[in-house]
Design a protein around this ligand. Structure first.
Ligand SMILES: Nc1ncnc2c1ncn2[C@@H]1O[C@H](COP(=O)(O)OP(=O)(O)OP(=O)(O)O)[C@@H](O)[C@H]1O
Ligand SMILES: [Mg+2]
Length: 283
């Protein structure tokens, strides 16, 4: 397999006494949708924070194209082509959706003297409306502040912003959690299209059918560590749930070790047959 675009090796992150990440590994590859799954509190959002420049790791390394990097902040990660939709979103509530789409990189039209740039609002609005339409979102009035949109509409604005500008890796932390059926399907189609552009897409989701339908690969995080990396086509909901909850370990630490995929062999599988699991996946 090719070298990962973005990789975490042995990342440790503590919040006071909480060990959110305890030597976590992770890899995203170009042109691939990789799902990052795990129970509530497994460390998924923390790992996204570390890989997108929001959180500084206490230990471990981040590698971009195989070379160690240290993102000074999210802007720094963005400049390196790493875009993120955070779980708590992070939109400017008092700006409208087009302004949010272009926040920090507004389209500038040359002024008359070619020196003073002015914001090209009509072009921004036009592009934004098209980007939202692709995600199945029709904004009745693109000029209202996003604070006045529905939760699902706001989520779509955040997704549109990330995928519009991603050029290497895009993290989507539960991007469909608040979406209706149509918008959810559109976001998943968009995720696929973005990966087909050669971008590495990292999808965090608690919806196992969604994960298996859109992801090429699934990395499972438990208690701040990667415990499995599985090809989506070769796994089942039962196997994913088993890896997430640790029931595949049967309480045996040696078994847990067999689940850990080394960065060089990202497609290792658990050895045991899964315990019978309820097929309900929603957390
Ligand atoms: N800013 C913070 N301060 C203190 N503890 C934190 C902070 N952020 C995360 N944690 C803790 O770190 C652990 C991992 O949290 P994280 O948000 O990464 O989990 P997650 O896998 O994203 O969960 P979820 O599926 O619920 O979103 C949890 O125990 C959480 O309480
Ligand atoms: Mg989270």
């Amino acid at each position: 397999m090719a070298e990962p675009l973005l990789e975490a090796r042995g990342v440790v992150k503590r919040f006071g006494h909480v060990h959110a990440l305890q030597g976590a590994d992770f890899a995203a590859y170009a042109g691939e949708v990789v799902a990052l799954i795990g129970d509530n509190g497994a460390g998924k959002s923390t790992l996204v924070g570390v890989l997108s420049g929001v959180l500084a790791p206490d230990e471990g390394a981040i590698l971009l194209d195989g070379a160690p990097v240290r993102f000074a902040g999210p802007q720094d990660a963005r400049r390196a082509g790493v875009e993120t939709v955070y779980q708590d979103l992070s939109l400017a509530q008092d700006l409208d959706a087009p302004a949010n789409l272009y926040l920090g990189r507004e389209l500038v039209r040359k002024g008359v003297l070619g020196r003073l740039g002015v914001l090209d609002r009509p072009a921004m609005r036009r592009d934004a409306v098209r980007a939202f339409a692709e995600l199945g979102v029709t904004l009745k009035d693109p000029t209202v502040p996003v604070a006045a949109l529905s939760g699902g509409q706001r989520q779509s604005v955040a997704v549109a912003r990330a995928v519009a500008f991603a050029n290497r890796v895009v993290f989507l932390d539960e991007p469909t959690a608040a979406l209706g059926v149509v918008q959810r399907a559109r976001v998943l189609e968009t995720v696929r299209r973005v990966a087909d552009r050669g971008i590495g897409v990292v999808l965090i989701s608690h919806n196992m059918p969604e994960v298996l339908s859109v992801a090429d690969r699934v990395e499972v995080l438990r208690l701040g560590r990667r415990v499995a990396s599985l090809r989506a086509a070769d796994t089942t909901i039962e196997e994913l749930v088993g890896a997430m909850t640790g029931s595949l370990d049967r309480g045996d630490a040696a078994d847990a070790a067999t689940l850990v995929a080394a960065p060089e062999t990202p497609l290792e599988r658990p050895q045991q047959e899964p315990e019978p699991q309820p097929s309900e996946e929603e957390a």
